[in-house]
Design a protein around this ligand. Structure first.
Ligand code: CMP
Length: 134
């Protein structure tokens, strides 16, 4: 049976604080199944390519520097309604505005160092999964 898939990235602020296992635990408790996962250290070029949709935004340079500053962990997650359910679990982009109980509320440091990335649509999930896993 086909299940919806989405992409999550554990960002360098979270890997630096040894929170990979914690995040995986949150995902598994919420019944996401990890179907692919890698440790990566993105180059600036790769980070810029991944976030190409934000070209021209004032925060892009900082974001590229941050995302290429350390280890990140992209993973493909499977679940019914995966994209929307993961966005709910992850919370708002700005941890200060994220709902209580969300991953970003719990461990995000600021709007840039917000611990995790989650695809925002089925279409982008497909593209982002292909970016890391071909
Ligand atoms: P993410 O879900 O990975 O999508 C784009 C990222 O850009 C976002 O999480 C934040 O890390 C970052 N971002 C978005 N808006 C801002 C902002 N106003 N200032 C700094 N970083 C931002």
């Amino acid at each position: 049976m086909y299940m919806d898939r989405t992409l999550l990235i554990v960002k360098p602020d979270a890997t630096a604080r040894n929170l990979i296992g914690h995040i995986i635990n949150r995902l598994e408790k919420a019944r996401f199944r990890i179907v692919e996962m890698r440790l990566v250290h993105l180059t600036e070029k790769e980070a810029r390519k991944f976030y190409a949709v934000h070209e021209g935004k004032p925060f892009l340079e900082g974001l590229v520097a941050f995302m290429s500053s350390g280890t990140a962990v992209p993973m493909v997650l499977e679940k019914d309604n995966a994209v929307a359910d993961l966005r709910t679990l992850v919370g708002a982009t700005d941890p200060a505005k994220a709902d209580c109980g969300t991953i970003r509320f719990e461990i995000g440091q600021n709007i840039e160092r917000n611990s995790v990335h989650a695809s925002d649509s089925d279409e982008n999930a497909k593209k982002e999964i292909a970016f890391f896993f071909g």
